[in-house]
Design a protein around this ligand. Structure first.
Ligand SMILES: [Fe+2]
Length: 308
């Protein structure tokens, strides 16, 4: 069978590549789909979402900000075939995380509270997503075990920051395409089962998360999956010349215009739904009042968006 992600199948790759490039360059407006009722997208809205996701692996949803709450979000994602949520330390029982900055530098006059504590002693403020600091390029759940990879996520904005908090987004298939064009060896190196390791998260002798070892690129049920973090700390790359070259090529990718990065700040009522595309976030300047501070709702899934 034709497999565009098989390095020995140039013909299938070439067809897939041509199809993929046909959609680019693209603007953020090409991703936008207004949805009247988040908990019950109409067949037309559903079809519009699926077209965006089939083309770009993501869509930008526009809803009434007051309707963004746990149950509506789960009904919306379920309508797109997402069934298996990935819980984390700070998600509620339904795996929905409320992302807000819990700790800021007290020297800058921000709130100094570090948020609730987990049984292991880690607090929200220990994790960069829950601060106002920039977040480097990554896909979600890169520290999950290989058999529990995050294949899709959604991120909805209830309140935006006073300034900043902009996302960068790259379709991971486009990253793959540019890297493979540069050298198929990059893809081979990044597909190695030990390409990228995330050491265990241990605190006071207790393991909060086991080590995660796996490839950057893998093919799951015929779909390309990417597992990546640009962080320099707490990541270990396989120590071979090919891996180092591939990693450097990946780093260069983020400043290349032909990877077609979307740059966008979510406003209240806007949300992204994606097959775990590459993303980053700029730092932000928030309101002092927690009731007015930036608040995003996020859900991660172990399955992909169903497009049939
Ligand atoms: Fe993320």
């Amino acid at each position: 069978m034709d497999d565009p992600f098989d390095l020995s199948d140039d013909r299938a790759y070439s067809h897939w590549r041509t199809r993929k490039l046909r959609a680019y360059p693209a603007e953020i407006t090409d991703l936008r789909v207004p949805v009247e009722r988040l908990d019950r997208p109409t067949p037309a809205e559903h079809a519009a979402l699926k077209t965006r996701i089939a083309t770009f692996n993501m869509a930008l949803v526009e809803v009434d900000p007051d309707k963004i709450e746990t149950e509506a979000l789960l009904a919306f994602t379920q309508a797109l075939g997402l069934r298996t949520t990935d819980s984390n330390l700070f998600a509620d029982a339904s795996a929905v995380s409320r992302i807000t900055a819990t700790r800021r530098n007290p020297d800058e006059g921000g709130r100094a509270d570090a948020g609730p504590e987990t049984p292991g002693g880690a607090t929200l403020g220990d994790f960069i997503p829950y601060t106002d600091k920039p977040l480097s390029w990554h896909t979600d759940g890169y520290y999950n075990p290989p058999d529990k990879q995050v294949e899709a996520w959604c991120l909805f904005c209830r309140r935006a920051a006073r300034h900043g908090g902009e996302n960068g987004l790259i379709d991971h298939e486009m990253a793959y395409l540019r890297l493979r064009d540069e050298s198929p060896q990059h893809i081979a190196a990044l597909s190695h089962p030990q390409a990228l390791s995330i050491p265990a998260h241990v605190r006071d002798g207790r393991t909060l998360r086991a080590a995660s070892v796996g490839p950057v690129f893998s093919v799951r049920s015929g779909h390309l999956h990417m597992r990546y973090s640009a962080r320099a700390r707490h990541v270990l790359w396989r120590d071979t010349p090919d891996t180092h070259a591939a990693r450097a090529a990946l780093d260069r990718l983020f400043s290349r215009p032909d990877v077609f990065t979307f740059e966008y700040r979510l406003e209240p009522g806007e949300g992204l739904i994606a097959n775990n595309v590459l993303h980053c976030r700029s730092g932000f300047d928030d309101e002092e009042d927690p009731a007015k501070a930036r608040l995003l709702y996020r859900v991660r899934f172990l399955d992909r968006i169903v497009l049939d």
